[in-house]
Design a protein around this ligand. Sequence first.
Ligand code: DGI
Ligand code: FE
Ligand code: FE
Length: 198
Amino acid sequence: MNKRQNLLDEIKKNMPGRRWNHTIGVMHVAEELADIYGADKEAAFIAALFHDCAKHQNHDKLINEAIRYGMKLNDDMIHCPDLIHGPLGAIIANVDYGINDKEILSAIKNHTTGKVGMNLLDQIIFVADFIEPGRELFNIEYYRKLAYSNISMAVLEILNNTIKYLIDSKKYIGSDTLLCRNYFLLICCDKMARGADK
Ligand code: DGI
Ligand code: FE
Ligand code: FE
């Protein structure tokens, strides 16, 4: 059996079916986007495969796992344990599965909040996670279309959507989410961000 199949089997074994279906969707979309934008397809596949490998619904389990792997929890992670699974997933991919490509680990680590200066692979995983075929969100076709025509604009619009959702549901917003949104606003529409006239 080849290495790729071994990894697939290993990750599948440790995931509930629903999350595995989501992971397959993210892998498929990430490979497609890598093709379109000229990124490394194999790296996109591996990053997508691992991106949610640390996602446990139970916050206590997540925190305990993070501590067990020696991960440092920042304030945002303590206020919002949902933000732990990306960084923890990158550590697990590295420690348990020997993934040591820095770009793959970065894409896994930052897939929930994004980060300032995200590179192409980071953006592909971030966007693929949001638009994979299993996601049913209001106006999802708008984000899907954008993803295939302007990936940075797709990142910006997804972050705008997420921040609106977090405000509407009175949830804590992590600093990376806000900083990343402003970073892509400046990249995508500099004039608009400065409030400049047309
Ligand atoms: O793990 P997935 O469900 O596939 O997707 P994800 O890793 O992007 O996580 C999505 C959730 O993360 C979604 O409910 C919004 C939430 N999220 C993203 N940024 C923030 C956040 N939640 C809080 N509280 N604060 C954030 O800054
Ligand atoms: Fe996730
Ligand atoms: Fe995901």
